[in-house]
Design a protein. Structure first.
Length: 100
């Protein structure tokens, strides 16, 4: 079997804006190192201009164990930024991004 696709949603602990900001430079370096695993990634906000409350990632990995190993090295995870992380398998079928 080839690479599997996963959706990862990570919700920050409440009032973690400063913690997120302090971990962000190392987090961005981690993303560069693991670039091949990322299909899409970005912050979650309740409103367009509101504070960041989490992260949403669409990633590829050999299996869920391999994905969890990658995620465990994220400075956000190591720094206990997240209150909850959910991982679900994802199978893209249609959408504008798939038409390119």
């Amino acid at each position: 079997m080839g690479m599997q696709i996963f959706m990862v949603t990570a919700q920050d602990h409440p009032d973690s804006t400063q913690k997120r900001a302090s971990l962000r430079p190392d987090h961005l370096r981690w993303i560069e190192k693991e670039a091949d695993a990322f299909l899409m990634a970005g912050p979650l906000r309740k409103t367009a201009e509101g504070p960041v409350i989490g992260s949403h990632l669409i990633m590829q990995a050999k299996n869920e164990a391999a994905l969890k190993s990658i995620l465990a090295a994220d400075p956000y995870a190591k720094g206990d930024l997240f209150a909850e992380v959910t991982i679900t398998h994802f199978q893209p079928v249609t959408g504008a991004w798939l038409k390119t």
